[in-house]
Design a protein around this ligand. Structure first.
Ligand SMILES: Cc1cc2nc3c(=O)[nH]c(=O)nc-3n(C[C@H](O)[C@H](O)[C@H](O)COP(=O)(O)OP(=O)(O)OC[C@H]3O[C@@H](n4cnc5c(N)ncnc54)[C@H](O)[C@@H]3O)c2cc1C
Length: 380
């Protein structure tokens, strides 16, 4: 089954050319032998390197930083195809989606030259260092502290739920750089720390699917040079807010388990039923507007705008759709999930079932996103 074309704007000839090229690339790639539900949480560095070599990472970035100067919609098509195919895209995902754009926006020329080309080659991976044991939703309460020394910063504290810190090269962390209690937000800065720094240790956390993808990261007198600071000292809060629009608005918020829907459609072809037809129709009719909205946000981000409210809407409605997809297939139609099954549908269903609860937690919880939406609608 082909990815449905929901939106006429995607029929521009150049978009279709990119779509045909990335499909050809994926069809020939050995990693695609096993498509994955929630594929952007599956790490395969060899795959990411091949993708980078083919020019599909850092697509919109300037060529002088290893990018390819393609449009944000061309990048959108590639991301969409990776998700629709169930490609194991975790290794480069965060660096391509948000660390790279943060470096372009706030980084020094030296930081950009040093890091962006390696990200674009698919060789350098990054982690998000926001959450702490007592600061998840209330991010402004982070306590990890960076203190100025003669030649840089010394960092102490603890981050948690840090996805793939154990396999990445840098963590872009939000930390407190001012003791001034009245400057809750203005006392925060972003610092880019190499994950092999002395004093930094990484403890695994195993998720309920039995996989080790996130971690606790401890900082005990970790020294980094002054130029590890990203952007302005004290501007960390505003910088992180700009990162969140990239994090929340992409098609991974509603297509991460598209392979399950596709496998379900294949199964319904073999074993048609009215229930299956109604479920497929209702899911696709929810996908279509989400896709249109997410594409519009990609264009806004490409123009340098910060559509945080719109991104929160995509993230919340996308997570709801993906959780419904799994629950409804599982509960009403086909209670046959089995992670060890040879049958693709049954395996994908089990995979999606184990990952789906996290969809409304990672990247901001349901309650927090609904709060943002309500506030922007003037309802609170
Ligand atoms: C798969 C996965 C990957 C992740 N990867 C990363 C990562 O790479 N880097 C990173 O920094 N973090 C990561 N996280 C962490 C994630 O961002 C946090 O779990 C999330 O922000 C919630 O924070 P918390 O766990 O501290 O929960 P809390 O903030 O303690 O929230 C607990 C509950 O209280 C509710 N709540 C909290 N405040 C309010 C409020 N004001 N109003 C109403 N309800 C409220 C929440 O909605 C939630 O239901 C990841 C999480 C998951 C599940």
């Amino acid at each position: 089954m082909k990815t449905p074309n929901f939106d006429a704007r995607m029929n521009f000839p150049e978009m279709e050319r990119v779509r045909a090229e990335i499909r050809e690339f994926l069809a020939a790639d050995p990693a695609m032998a096993t498509p994955r539900a929630d594929c952007w949480s599956h790490f395969d560095d060899a795959f990411s390197r091949r993708l980078g070599q083919a020019g599909y990472i850092g697509m919109t970035w300037p060529k002088r930083y290893g990018g390819h100067e393609r449009s944000s919609l061309e990048r959108y098509v590639v991301v969409e195809e990776l998700l629709a195919a169930g490609a194991p895209a975790a290794a480069h995902w965060i660096a391509d989606r948000q660390t790279g754009p943060q470096l372009l926006r706030f980084g020094t020329e030296e930081q950009r030259q040093r890091i962006l080309p390696a990200i674009a080659r698919g060789e350098c991976y990054c982690s998000i260092g926001m959450s702490e044991p007592d600061s998840g939703s209330d991010l402004a309460s982070v306590r990890t502290r960076a203190t100025r020394t003669g030649d840089g910063w010394v960092i102490n504290g603890r981050k948690i739920w840090t996805t793939y810190a154990h396999r990445s090269h840098y963590i872009l962390m939000l930390c407190r750089t001012s003791e001034d209690a009245s400057a809750r937000h203005r006392g925060l800065s972003q610092i880019l720390v190499p994950l092999d720094s002395p004093g930094l240790s990484i403890r695994p956390i195993v998720n309920m699917a039995g996989a080790h993808d996130f971690n606790e990261v401890l900082f005990e007198d970790v020294h980094v040079p002054a130029d590890a600071l990203l952007g302005q000292e004290g501007a960390g809060w505003d910088q992180v807010m700009s990162e969140l629009a990239f994090e929340r608005s992409g098609p991974e918020r509603f297509l991460s388990s598209f392979v399950l829907l596709e496998a379900f459609v294949e199964r319904a072809r073999r074993e048609p039923s009215a229930e299956a037809a109604i479920l497929i129709g209702s899911l696709i009719s929810r996908l279509a507007p989400l896709r249109g909205m997410s594409m519009s946000i990609a264009a806004q981000l490409g123009r340098g705008e910060l559509p945080n409210f719109e991104a929160a809407l995509v993230k919340e409605t996308g997570s709801l759709l993906e959780q419904d997809l799994t629950e409804k297939i599982l509960g009403e139609i086909a209670p046959e999930a089995d992670p060890t099954s040879e049958d693709k549908f049954r395996r994908l269903l089990a995979e999606a079932m184990l990952h789906a609860p996290s969809f409304s937690i990672r990247g901001g919880t349901r309650e927090i996103l609904r709060g943002i939406i309500a506030r922007d609608l003037g309802l609170r």
